[in-house]
Design a protein around this ligand. Sequence first.
Ligand SMILES: Nc1nc2c(ncn2[C@@H]2O[C@H](COP(=O)(O)OP(=O)(O)OP(=O)(O)O)[C@@H](O)[C@H]2O)c(=O)[nH]1
Ligand SMILES: [Mg+2]
Length: 366
Amino acid sequence: MRTSRSTVISSIIEKRRPLAEQISKVEASLKSLGTILHHLKVGHQKLVADVNETNVNSGFRDINFEIFIESVNREVAALEKLKSRFSRDTIKIGVVGRARQGKSRLLQSLTGLTASEIPDGDRQHCTGVRSTIYHKPNVETYAEVWFHSEQSFLDEIIDPYYEKLYLGAKPVTVEEFATKPLPNLPGELRGSAVNGAMYDHLTRYYRGLSSYRHLLRESSPRRILKDEIREYVAQDTVDGERIYFNYLAVREVNIFCSFPNVDVEQIALVDMPGLGDTGIGDEERLVKTLGQDVDAVLFVRMPKSSGDYWADVDVHLYDLARNALIDLPINLWSFLILNQTDANSKNGDNSKNCQDLAGDISRKTD
Ligand SMILES: Nc1nc2c(ncn2[C@@H]2O[C@H](COP(=O)(O)OP(=O)(O)OP(=O)(O)O)[C@@H](O)[C@H]2O)c(=O)[nH]1
Ligand SMILES: [Mg+2]
């Protein structure tokens, strides 16, 4: 029997489909407009070249068809993203928050899954890379791992550290990154804890390279079994040992398993690494994921029972998400989850702190 929850989810998905069809029509007419503009541009260039210079009105000569073509192309690209969003068979929900707030644990509760499919942990940062968890009935749980290529690893991961930390010439190949000593952090940046922490991240990529380098040459996706998920997604073992390096080579992971809570089977969940950390590029990746893949965002915050408040980093995260889809106000597609823990949990009873933060939220999100 379908519960009311699954009926609501299905009706949202059904409502979106006609939008995808409408977009297809608009897209087709925009594309033909683009073709016409291209012909006009070619004809215009020919006319301007053929006709005697003095006879050509400068207003006609200076018509810039390229501007119109570019603007049509931009619209087509935006519509394509929207179309793929509205054609999906699932609603994608993403979790955003600082590390250690209970994001992965929340997704476990929503689906009925366990740490075997959605790793969580109570030591340091746990989730290392974005994973999307899909319901797929009647299969043994498996995952598809998409690795960085050597080039995308350099372009998207390593180069931004070299740029931001002024480390000089960027390595052109992974071999060069591996064999040359890591440049020192310039003296003028050394006083800052943030720069030091960023440099530590890069050092982890550098020192761990021999453990994960071979993965940059793997073809993607690689299919893995349930008991391998943690070593590709997480930064530490269930016991909190930080011996995993694979996630440094991973671009993303898709996990397919049967959700014990069947009424949310049409939801796909996007678990993301904690932010507010100092990994360079993490924020850009978050904005891209939110802008393209996620239909609704859950901001997750677990207030400390010893006292807590909205810090700048929380507001910054909210602003980042707000800017991911500027055409759609963030309050229409996001929820704040205050993770309430009881006296028996490690965090202790934080119910009063949840109330404090809930009371203060409107002042922070204007
Ligand atoms: N008792 C209790 N423990 C929780 C709750 N939420 C999270 N935890 C625990 O808090 C720790 C951190 O939770 P995670 O789900 O790993 O946190 P996260 O936000 O995903 O952390 P990162 O992946 O590092 O960003 C884990 O040990 C969880 O089991 C909760 O509501 N109650
Ligand atoms: Mg996590």
